[in-house]
Each structure stands twice: as C-alpha cells, then as structure tokens.
Design a binder for this molecule. Structure first.
Ligand code: TXA
Ligand code: MG
Length: 344
C-alpha cells in the first residue's frame, strides 16, 4: 500500500478515506492517532493489524464535542458534562458505559467505551467532515513509543495505512489522561496531558488505579487493558532514577557503563559528554519534557547502547505522566537516588 502524505488543508480527503473504511494517521494535541471509522468493525480491525495490537486492547472514540456523548454512551453522569465543559477539547479521555451501536471490535468486547474530544483543529475538521466518531489508538507499532511527528508515524506505519495527515509536532507530547467514570470515586487509569490536580479540582476525590504505579503481573486484569502490556520500550533496557535532580545525575554518573546511554535534564548533559545523550528539556520545564519524552526513548534504537539511564521529574503536574511513560519503558525498574530502592 502506498501511504499518502496529506497536509492539514486536506481534511476533506482524509475524511473521505475514513468514510470508505480506510486508515488515516491524524495529529492530535497529545500524540498522533491511527484513525478509522469507530462504528465500522472491519475498518477498526485494520487498525489492530497495522499496529500489531492485541485484540483485547480497546480503542478511544474521538468526537467533536460533548453533544455526541449520548450517541455512544449510556447513563452519562452529570460529572462527564462538567469535565467536558472544563477540559474539552483537550487531553482527557472519559470511560463511560457504551451503547450497542459501538462495535465489540472497538471496545475489545468491554461494556464501556473511552471517548475524547481532541484539541486540534485539523483532527476536529476531519471528524466533522467524516461525520462519524474516529477510533484512534496512538499511531505507533504496538509496544513502541508513541509518535509525536508525522515522520515518527511513517517510521512505523509507512505502507500500512492509507494516509498520514501532517500537522507538525504535537503540542502536548504525552497521551490523554484516562478517567473511569463508571466507578465511584472516579478512577485515574492513565496519567496524561491533563494533570491529576486539574481533575481533582472538578471531581474532588480521584482514585489512582494500581496499574499506574506498578507493573501488572501475568494473569492480572487492569481496568485499562493496555496498561498490562510492556510499552514505550526501546531495544535496550531502561533504568529510571527518581529523586532530586542533582542526586539522580550523580547516581547515574556513578553507575553507567561505557556502552550506556542517558536521558537527562538539559542542565546535566555536560556530565555525560562521552555518552549518547537525549535531553529531556530543562529540569524545571515539564511541558518540554512531555514533548520530548517519546522522542528521547525512540532515538536510542538508532544507536548501539546496551543500557539506558533516565532522570525523572517528580509527580506534580505533567510530571506524573512523564514519569509514568519512563517507568513503563523501564518495566518499572526504578531506583530512588534519594534513598530506598525501587520506590515509585
Ligand atoms: O491521547 C490519546 O489518548 C491518544 C490520541 C491518539 O488520542 N490515544 C491513545 O490511545 O493513547 P491508545 O489506544 O494508545 O491508548 C488508549 C488506552 C489503552 O491503554 C486502552 O487499554 C485504554 O486506553 N482504554 C480504551 N478504552 C478503554 C475502556 N473502555 N476501558 C478501559 N480502558 C480503555
Ligand atoms: Mg498507545
């Protein structure tokens, strides 16, 4: 298959491909998504094939506004509308009970469905023109870091999808925050581009699912099926070092072997001049760290490093999502430079 490159001015062409059952990779504010008509089971199955994604891992439906919630979801609580008013369009996915019109292929057979309204003009234009909800997982090959540019998408999906709509680099860089609204209190299934603190402001108490902070074992069933899979992982094993930045840098400096690589805050890059280094951005700039984290993980695959050491921000704000992606890439192999080993 020849993968077409479309510009953001070509939303009508992208919508036409989607309406005919094709696959289009689309930019969103978080990461690129691999889109198909979410009501068309055959089209959705092609997403799973292109990504090599396990069939039990459900997809998020992308909709243009909260007015579409009732079409695809049952028993929508008032809280969903408050959250939509506060954060949509934006990096929040809500898990709600699904209506039968949403095919099993999209929800992995679950009785719930994830929905979100992306904050991206081109994505919204495509959804409006297609006039169907767009099912879209992140556009990476299953298990690889998510894609934040059209070039990343082509690296994984060239020849496997009908088109890629190039919207430039993604503004947020980590995927949406996932909140399960079918339980009380609402439960965070994945930290993401919308900080937990923002959700707490609207919801009050928010429970944090255990799959967010530890590796799920064989036979365990996290509420977000995707959280059980090894994810975002470069070829070389990753060790995340948490704790105060100066101490984590010193720890890595002491432990790294000659064939190691480093993901670090800009300020500490000079310490690792003789190693392949991916800078995350300044230690104080979590926005930049979020935009850089997947690229940093991807970049090592083109080098010969045999181990990767990563500094990690604290859990406040976007730090929760950035740290989660690094820790997942590390299979939750985490060392705390401030003390206790293995604390997450
Ligand atoms: O920012 C994002 O959310 C991006 C962009 C493209 O919108 N999409 C994305 O999709 O990250 P994906 O498929 O890579 O991650 C979705 C996660 C998976 O872990 C999946 O298991 C979980 O959401 N999920 C989807 N539907 C669910 C449901 N009904 N119940 C629980 N978890 C669900
Ligand atoms: Mg993904």
């Amino acid at each position: 298959m020849n993968t077409k490159r479309l510009t953001i001015a070509e939303s009508a062409a992208a919508a036409e491909i989607l309406r005919r059952g094709g696959l289009v990779a689309l930019p969103t504010e978080t990461v690129y998504g691999l889109g198909a008509n979410g009501l068309d089971a055959a089209a959705v199955r092609r997403i799973f094939e292109a990504k090599g994604r396990p069939q039990d891992n459900p997809l998020i439906l992308h909709i243009p506004d909260a007015g579409w919630l009732e079409r695809y979801c049952l028993d929508v609580p008032e809280l969903a509308y408050w959250l939509a008013a506060a954060f949509w369009p934006g990096p929040l996915t809500m898990i709600l009970r699904r209506r039968p019109i949403v095919p099993d292929a999209t929800t992995g057979g679950l009785t719930t469905v994830g929905v979100r309204c992306p904050r991206h003009e081109a994505a919204l234009a495509v959804i409006a023109a297609a006039d169907v909800p767009i099912a879209a997982p992140s556009a990476n090959t299953s298990g690889r870091p998510s894609c934040t540019t059209a070039a990343d998408v082509l690296e994984d999906m060239d020849g496997k999808v009908d088109a890629v709509l190039d919207g430039g680099p993604c503004a947020v860089g980590v995927e949406s925050t996932i909140l399960d609204l079918t339980v009380t209190p609402p439960r965070l299934l994945r930290p993401g581009g919308l900080p937990l603190e923002e959700l707490q402001r609207v919801c009050g108490t928010v429970a944090v699912d255990e799959a967010v902070t530890r590796q799920m074992g064989e036979g365990e069933h996290p509420r977000a099926p995707g959280m059980k899979y090894r994810h975002y992982a470069p070829k070389a094993p990753v060790t995340v070092v948490t704790g105060e930045a100066e101490r984590s840098a010193a720890y890595i400096r002491a432990q790294i072997t000659p064939s190691g690589g480093v993901i670090c805050f800009d300020e500490y890059a000079p310490l690792f001049a003789q190693y392949p280094v991916q800078r995350l951005g300044s230690a104080a700039d979590k926005g930049e760290q979020a935009r850089r984290v997947f690229d940093a993980l991807r970049a090592f695959d083109a080098t010969g490093v045999t181990e990767i050491w990563a500094q990690c921000p604290d859990n406040a704000g976007l730090g929760f999502a950035i740290g989660n992606r690094l820790k997942k890439a590390a299979g939750f192999h985490v060392i705390d430079a401030d003390g206790e080993e293995g604390r997450v």
